[in-house]
Design a protein. Structure first.
Length: 307
């Protein structure tokens, strides 16, 4: 990639949202560049995607490999393994896209498909080994793979923890809540959960006891051990540095920390689109919403060309 390279669309991110957008734009005969960071993707811990018809259980690597096989049939999409450091809107038309190694290109449109960064808890031994397997952020993604096990919801929101007794019965008949000692209204919540056959345990988690990522006990700061096999533990998220820079330098709009888009996935910056996890809360994230959003962004770009 150099300063003479010009594309109809540059896509930042090569996950389900970005690759779906690339395939859709390719079939609209748009010259497209997909820039994918060489760092491990957010879904690297995933053992397979779920809910995507025809690709049930495919690993993220298999999904990417198949997508590029399909894209190669058309010859209009290029791939670059690099980290984008800057996107600059140009007066009048288009964007300059610059990678951290200094390569640049011009694009009429840009799609952000960077995903988000999960902020994992510090000092919890065993968390990384269990993450994406038996410590999960979304029951709709891999609840089935954790069915018929003992669960615990970990959070500091009473309304969320109150769901422990009933909301996940499709996968488990034994779910409790784990909350910090400072949880407001803890006595009332505990009483309500116990009446429904569940419970609330308060304490700080310090260690996860597991065998190759297969959880079997949770250790609290006071030394107590809770025998649990699966934790539903949503993590705080933040935007990647590129998106944070667009917010600070170009006024990219966020809502509750996520990129704001219209029905066509266009952001507050004309010509800049966003698709995938960076636009939605945890319960809106996943491979199927990402694919849908990537296609919608590509459609909007195509129809804008016809206007």
């Amino acid at each position: 990639m150099d300063t003479t390279a010009q594309y109809d669309t540059v896509i930042i991110g090569g996950g389900p949202a970005g690759l779906t957008a690339a395939l859709t734009l390719t079939r609209y005969r748009c010259r497209t560049l997909v820039i994918e960071s060489p760092a491990p993707p957010r879904n690297a811990a995933s053992r397979g995607v779920h809910g995507l018809i025809g690709l049930e259980g495919a690993t993220p690597d298999e999904l990417r490999s198949r997508a590029w096989d399909e894209l190669s049939r058309y010859g209009l999409a290029q791939r670059l393994d690099a980290t984008v450091g800057e996107i600059t809107p140009l007066p009048g038309d288009g964007f300059t896209v610059r990678t951290d190694d200094g390569a640049t290109a011009w694009a009429r449109n840009v799609i952000l498909a960077t995903g988000v960064i999960d902020q994992h808890p510090d000092g919890v031994e065993g968390f990384a080994a269990c993450w994406g397997r038996t410590v999960i952020h979304c029951p709709f993604c891999i609840g089935e793979e954790n069915a018929d096990r003992t669960w615990a919801l970990v959070a500091d929101e009473p309304a969320y923890l109150a769901m422990a007794a009933t909301a996940f019965r499709a996968w488990t008949g034994d779910a409790i809540a784990i909350a910090p000692p400072s949880l407001p209204g803890a006595d009332d919540l505990r009483r309500s959960l116990q009446e429904q056959g569940s419970d609330l345990v308060q304490g700080e988690i310090t260690r996860l006891h597991h065998t190759d990522g297969d959880l079997h006990a949770v250790e609290l700061a006071d030394g107590a051990l809770l025998e649990r096999q699966t934790l539903l533990w949503p993590q705080p998220q933040r935007q990647v540095p590129l998106v944070e820079r667009l917010v600070a330098e170009h006024g990219l709009a966020l809502s509750d920390g996520y990129v704001t888009v219209d029905d066509g996935r266009q952001t507050s910056i004309p010509g800049l689109y966003a698709a995938g996890d960076l636009t939605g809360q945890t319960w809106e994230q996943g491979v199927v919403p990402a694919v849908t959003a990537g296609s919608a962004a590509a459609d909007a770009i195509h129809f804008a060309r016809l206007a």
